[in-house]
Design a protein around this ligand. Sequence first.
Ligand code: BEZ
Length: 229
Amino acid sequence: MAEERATPLRLGSTAPNFKAETTQGPIDFHEFIGDNWVVLFSHPEDYTPVCTTELGAFAKLEPEFKKRGVKLIGLSANTIDSHDGWIKDINEVTGSNLTFPIIGDKDRTVAYKYDMIDHQDTTNVDSKGIAFTIRSVFVIDPKKTIRLIMSYPASTGRNSAEVLRVIDSLQTGDKHRITTPINWVPGDDVIVHPSVKNEEAKELFPDFRIVKPYLRFTPLPREKTSAAV
Ligand code: BEZ
């Protein structure tokens, strides 16, 4: 087993590069990212129930990720042959058409690099007693910066719509000087970033309203069109 424990990855870290075999052929991860956003997510094991539902859900939502310039890539410590066989089951059971690559990280090289291994749950091991990968999610932006890290236990399936929602929040926050409140979804009002003084907020967000000096809501400004009249 190739164990590589580097500096812990944090929000803002550069996503470590690696080369790997995937169901769509070999990749260099940084080349795979290119100018896109990427969701790199691991599951514990092929041919398991919760993972089957998760991969099907991500596959069904892939067109929405694509619209936002986001590529999906899965990972587990299984072989490519195993992934290929299981994808047929996923498509059959969930009615999906899974086309994104899944990394075959049999020796857990990438899993250790990205800390996708469970330290707590001693039952979360394969037949040889080696830790399964957990349900990790890394959202990585085109600068290859890690923007979100989520870790879920094996017993709990993730929420694919939540991953998409966070990407909407991150991309909106990159474009406008705003943050997003609890349970925000696109179309809801956003929060004026604390670094924006009221004078500037009047220019940027004419309809902003002050609830408290530190809590100012605003609709997002309409996109300016460049169409000449
Ligand atoms: C599952 O996907 O159902 C699963 C995988 C590994 C451990 C427990 C559950």
